[in-house]
Every structure is written in C-alpha cells, then in structure tokens.
Design a protein around this ligand. Sequence first.
Ligand code: FAD
Length: 406
Amino acid sequence: MGRLAIVGGGVVGLAVGLALLDAGRSVILIDDDADGQAASWGNAGHIAVEQVEPLASLALLRSVPRRLFWRGGALDFPLSAMGAWLPFGLRLMAAARPARFRQGSDALRGLLAQAMPGWEALVDRIGEPGLLRRDGHYVLWQTAQSAKDGRVGWAAADTGTAQVHDVSVPELAQLSRLTGQPPAGAIRFSGSGQIADLSALRLALRAALVAGGGEIVGRNATLRRTGGRVEIPGIDADHVILCAGVRSRPLMEALGHKVPMIAERGYHIRADAADWPADLPPVVFEDRSMIVTRYRDTVQAASFVELNHVGAPADPRKWKRLERHVAELGLPIRGPFTRWMGCRPTLPDYLPAIGRSDRADNLYYAFGHQHLGLTLAPITAQLVTALVTGTAPKLSNSLFDIERFA
Ligand SMILES: Cc1cc2nc3c(=O)[nH]c(=O)nc-3n(C[C@H](O)[C@H](O)[C@H](O)COP(=O)(O)OP(=O)(O)OC[C@H]3O[C@@H](n4cnc5c(N)ncnc54)[C@H](O)[C@@H]3O)c2cc1C
C-alpha cells in the first residue's frame, strides 16, 4: 500500500495519522484550519467516558420542552434551519426507540471503555503525558429539586467505566468558594478526565506527525471519483481517509453516500484563568447546561446545542447568556472574554461513522463523533488503522458503518 491522504486535521484526523504512521504507513494530512478554530480545539476538554447513553433517547425527547433556548435552556433549533433539523429530528426519534437505544449504548460503552487507555497511550506517544489529567469531574446543582432529580438520574444512568461519588468535605468547601455559597448538591465522577490544554495538544499532535515522517499540507481538499476510486487533485496518494468533521457530509454525499449529519453548534467564552483554581477538574453546572474547564492559562465556560447549518452566522445571544450565567453564579471568571462557536458533527443515532466506503474502493472515513470526538479520537484511530491494515479490530464496528443510513 502506498501513501495515505487524510482529509482533516482535527483531533480525529491527527490521531488517525499518527496511528497509521506507527503502523508503518506513509501519511499526508490535508487541513485548511490554519488558526485552530475547529471543534477539536474549542471544546470542553472533557474525556467523557461516562456518556455511554446515546443522546438519541426517549429521555432526551421528553426533556426537549424544558431545554428550549427561549425558555432559558441550551437547546435551539432556529426556524431558518428547519430544512436541516426537521429530517434530522425525525431520524433521531426513530433512533431513540428502546431497542436501538440499547444497541447504541452497547456500541458506545465498548468504545468509551477504550477511551482512557487510548489517551494514556497517545499522550505518551507524543511525549506529553501531562496533557492528560485523570481527575474526574464535578456535577453541581443550584436548587434542591434539581439536585434530587439529578442525583436520581445519574444513579440510574449507565456511566461505563466512570463512577459517581458524594463530594468530600474539603471538595465541597472548594466548590462553595467558587460561587460564594454551598451548592444545593454536588457529585464527583472518577474515571473521567480532561485534556490540560487544547492548543498545546494541537501543537504536540502536529509536531509528532511531522517528526514521525508525516506531511501536513495547509489547504482545502476536494475528492474526485475516477472509476471505483477517489483521488484528491494535486495530492499523490493511493488511499484517502476522510476525517473532516461536520464537513465530511458534502464530500461523502458527492460520492453517493447518505450522510444525515447535522452541525450541532456549541459556544464558549474564555478568559484569563487568574482566579480559577488550577487543580480543579471540569465543573458541570447542570441546571444551566454549562461546563467550566480550566486550561493552562485560561478558563472556559461552554454550552448550547444549536441545530443549524454549518455556515450560518453565530448567534451573539448565546455568548451573552454564558456571560450572564457566569455573573449570576458569581464565578471568579472575569472578562475580557474571547468568544467561539464550533460544530459538533452529529449523526441522528449519536454514533460515529467509522468504516470503509463501498462506493470508492480506496476510501475510509471517521467522522460524526458528536459530543465525544475528543474522548474517542484515540480509539477511533485504532479502529481505522485496523481497517486499513487488515488486522482484526478490537471492537466490532459494523454499527458504525455509514451504510446504516442508506
Ligand atoms: C462546545 C463544544 C464542547 C465540546 N466538548 C467536548 C468534550 O468535552 N469532550 C469531547 O470528547 N468532545 C467534545 N466536543 C465534541 C468534539 O469537539 C468534536 O466531536 C470533535 O472535535 C470532532 O473532531 P473532528 O476531528 O472529527 O472534527 P473537527 O474538529 O471539526 O476537525 C475537522 C478538520 O477538518 C478540516 N476540514 C474539513 N473539510 C476539509 C477539507 N475539505 N479540506 C481540508 N480540511 C478540511 C477542518 O478545517 C478541521 O480542521 C465538544 C464540541 C463543542 C462544539
């Protein structure tokens, strides 16, 4: 097998590239995100091994009314994007049926069980073990009722390899200092983790790829089909691996694949980390659907699920809402804030697409990682490498084949 071209240098594409280099392949990666604005570098940094239950669920559907943006919640589907979210929503409802939900949970549980070992190996491989923090995360509630409901919900949930604990007295004291008063309830997860700094991760992954003999080309890639194969004009490669996040859809659909993926857009604000404890793991303020993550020099508050077109303008009300949450909670996060919006690549059953195309012999793909792309990047890279090299995969991946939507 000759050279492999990877389209997309987000965390999935970079992890795939490194794994293939380590399997002895020649790799060229094409990416057009010169400034690191992709979802991979603006997300919440959480290694979310506890999120075993796909969001395509009856519980999520029941909760939609109270989650709506105009009612103060985090879920928005703008009217102007009805053509995108209506067909997505109908497929999501079908995927939420109990039998499919159980199948999806089994598939995600298998992947997520490999997520932390995958990250441990990857940060060692790139010589940056300090980029992975294995300190779990906190979930906090502001009212007695939400704390009661939240605890019951997490106690009943399948959290995979993560465990839920009551917070200790010193932990509660530290959390109370954040808001100036004790929360109505708090739990701590162990087994989950965080990436200490996403910008540093990006640089380290790119540097390791180049040091390992890979090449990175900064430009937009198009796919052209010739006979039963694809090629990227201007790039000399035998095989193509598509890891282009939410923008994988048009490239796949031009080849005849059905890819009902939507841009699930999320927003963050970031500020100098001066007053936020350096050792505090990510904190989820569950009443406000907001996660606060401390990175090396910054602290970030992130939220929102906006089902929209990829290129629609950002909605500034969401950044203002985040600023309001921070102010109302009394958190020690002071502006000026930088503002960011990015797209989770989400398929209606909330499972990723990882496989080999049956439309073009030399095309593989790995996209659609929804809320879990950071978490799942290393195990995805292992699955893709097993497919490309013809070795036995650790996990069955037929559920991840994009033909499930054909
Ligand atoms: C607010 C928010 C919070 C999140 N929090 C978490 C979290 O805590 N934990 C977690 O696991 N996940 C989280 N996610 C989800 C996670 O960020 C995504 O699932 C993940 O980043 C997807 O990675 P990717 O590499 O597939 O895509 P992307 O990060 O979108 O990268 C795709 C890359 O491909 C490039 N590209 C696309 N098309 C082309 C082309 N034709 N030619 C050249 N280059 C191209 C793009 O420029 C980009 O660089 C969050 C997402 C958001 C929005």
